[in-house]
Ligand binder design. Structure first.
Ligand SMILES: [Zn+2]
Ligand SMILES: [Zn+2]
Length: 371
């Protein structure tokens, strides 16, 4: 997730790592282990191979291309929304996808999709970054506002409900915003910049929470295929450190801006845990994803049922999805409607059945449901 780039700007060498522990180059005269011609410029975090910059560009993109082809991610002619937050992951994703689309003739109609929550000042910087991406990669940019999607800006919601409970709105509305925006823009698919580290983290979180339903879905490269708009993660096997490296060694990207995304404490713990594992065993991130993929759920395990919201069609286990309940409260001048119902553990479970699995990466359970 975007917040992980916190230390990315700390150093501008190609050997920089996402956790800030940039190591001195062992030997500057070392040859690239792929081409055996040029000097190695960086060590691949996944394999610890020493490779040159040119070979890194190639393997980085070819691995993503392979993930796309192997899992039949796209079909020619599809209209694909790239969820663009202005952070490093979505910026690199926009670049790589536009490049691969041309190079390998995917035949995709790509566009950048950004959501403006309508919080004064909050999106100014990241929307500037996305607007730069629009020009750099020649991708059309669509910005949808909360006003377009929900009829309310976050500023107006805060005014109506006060500072205390607005996190509930923020979390619920954010979870659906990309899907609603993509539907508004008539997209066939959404792609997001979630990387291997994010997915490994989600596997650990779902194990810790005992959330079997999510555990069985969170490693899928495409989710929501039964819903209106499937979501794909082309960076499923891409390490965050390599995304940072790809960003840092591109001159035009040195000014990327940090997204103001905040992690909840529980996810933060899972992230630290994975970083510690990775230090001991670089493959750990891929191993966790593989473990998640190989979980088999006993047929006697009761799985939550998923339906769709009667009003908006978003995935929901209730008649109305959480966003529609909250909106109804706002529109009827009773903004607290729907907030009191999800309290404590039961509420959390009910809540966890509702949301779309792909958006699990944006969930802020521990921070948002307890007042
Ligand atoms: Zn090389
Ligand atoms: Zn709804």
């Amino acid at each position: 997730m975007e917040a992980a780039g916190a230390t990315a700007g700390a150093t501008a060498t190609a050997t920089a790592t996402a956790d800030g522990s940039s190591k001195p180059r062992r030997s500057s005269s070392r040859q690239c282990s792929i081409c055996n011609e040029r000097k190695a410029a960086l060590k691949r975090p996944k394999t610890l191979e020493q490779i040159c910059r040119e070979c890194f560009y190639v393997v980085f993109e070819e691995e993503i291309h392979k993930a796309i082809v192997d899992s039949h991610l796209f079909r020619p002619g599809e209209r694909v929304a790239i969820g663009a937050s202005g952070g490093k992951d979505s910026t690199v994703l926009a670049y790589v996808l536009s490049h691969l689309n041309r190079r390998h003739n995917y035949g995709l109609d790509l566009f950048l999709l950004s959501v403006d929550e309508g919080i004064t000042g909050y999106r100014d910087d990241s929307l500037e970054t996305v607007k730069r991406n629009e020009v750099q990669y020649g991708l059309p940019l669509k910005i949808v506002s909360y006003k377009d999607l929900y009829g309310w800006t976050m500023d107006e919601i805060v005014k109506a409900i006060g500072m205390k409970n607005n996190c509930t709105f923020c979390g619920v509305f954010r979870r659906q915003a990309l899907d609603r925006g993509a539907a508004l823009m008539k997209a066939d698919k959404i792609v997001t910049g979630h990387n291997a580290d994010d997915i490994a983290e989600t596997v650990i979180l779902n194990i810790l929470r005992g959330d079997i339903a999510r555990l069985s879905r969170c490693t899928l490269i495409t989710t929501g295929e039964d819903g209106p708009i499937p979501r794909c993660k082309p960076f499923k096997y891409t390490y965050e450190k390599e995304i940072v490296s790809r960003m840092l060694i591109s001159k035009s990207w040195t000014t990327f801006l940090q997204n103001a995304f905040t992690l909840n404490a529980y996810r933060g713990f899972a992230r630290e845990f994975i970083k510690d594992l990775e230090k001991i065993r670089p493959r750990a991130i891929l191993d966790i994803i593989t473990s998640g993929e190989n979980f088999r759920i006993s047929t006697s395990t009761k799985m939550p049922e998923q339906g769709t919201c009667e009003r908006c069609g978003y995935i929901s286990s209730q008649k109305l999805c959480k966003a529609c309940v909250l909106l109804e409260g706002l529109n009827r001048g009773m903004p607290k409607l729907g907030i009191g119902r999800v309290r404590g553990e039961d509420g959390r479970r009910r809540q966890s059945k509702q949301a779309n699995d792909a958006s699990s990466l944006h969930r802020k359970q521990s921070g948002t449901l307890e007042f």
